[in-house]
Design a protein around this ligand. Structure first.
Ligand code: 4NP
Length: 152
C-alpha cells in the first residue's frame, strides 16, 4: 500500500508547508512513492498561500511552494492518511483530541523521525528570516528520517 503523510501545524502557512516541500523533495530524490500533504489545526488561513517568508525559504532551496493553499485538518484525514505528523507538541495534543474513533492514521511528532523524540519545531511566525531557515533545517531532517523509515 502506498504510504501517505499529512504534516500538521497550527496555521498551515509556515511550518507544515515547508515540511511538505522538504518531504516531496526527499521522496523524489529517493524515488519513493508516497502521497504528501499538509494542513493546520486552526482555520484562520484556509485558502491562503504560504507565508511570504516560507515561500522565500523554500525558493532559496530550489522549491516553489507558491501554489500551496492552506486547509484545516478534517476527520476524514485520520482515515485516509497512514501517517499524520505534527510539527509541535501542542498540535499533536490537538490531533489526539480530534482523532475520530475509527481513525487509523499513526500519529507522531516530526522530530521523532530526526533523532529528537518529543521535541517541537518552533513556530517561526513571530520571528525573522533566520528563524525560517532553522525551520527548514529541522523539517528537512525530519523528512529525511521519515522517508528513510518509509523505505525500510
Ligand atoms: P504555522 O505558523 O503554524 O507554522 O503555519 C502560524 C501561522 C499563523 C498563525 C499561527 C501559526 N496564526 O495564528 O495566524
Amino acid at each position: 500500500m502506498t504510504p501517505s503523510v499529512l504534516f500538521v501545524c497550527l496555521g498551515n502557512i509556515c511550518r507544515s508547508p515547508l515540511a511538505e516541500a522538504a518531504m516531496k523533495a526527499e521522496a523524489a530524490r529517493l524515488g519513493l512513492d508516497v502521497e504528501i500533504e499538509s494542513a493546520g489545526t486552526g482555520g484562520w488561513h484556509v485558502g491562503d498561500p504560504p507565508d511570504p517568508r516560507a515561500q522565500a525559504t523554500a525558493r532559496r532551496h530550489g522549491i516553489d511552494i507558491s501554489g500551496y493553499r492552506g486547509r484545516q485538518v478534517k476527520a476524514e484525514d485520520f482515515r485516509h492518511f497512514s501517517h499524520i505528523v505534527a510539527l509541535d507538541a501542542d498540535n499533536l495534543a490537538n490531533l489526539k483530541r480530534l482523532q475520530p474513533k475509527d481513525g487509523t492514521a499513526s500519529l507522531s511528532l516530526l522530530l521523532d523521525h530526526a533523532g529528537r523524540p518529543g521535541q517541537s519545531v518552533a513556530d517561526p511566525y513571530y520571528g525573522d528570516d533566520a528563524g525560517f531557515e532553522v525551520t527548514w533545517r529541522e523539517v528537512s531532517a525530519g523528512a529525511a528520517g521519515l522517508a528513510k523509515a518509509l523505505t525500510a
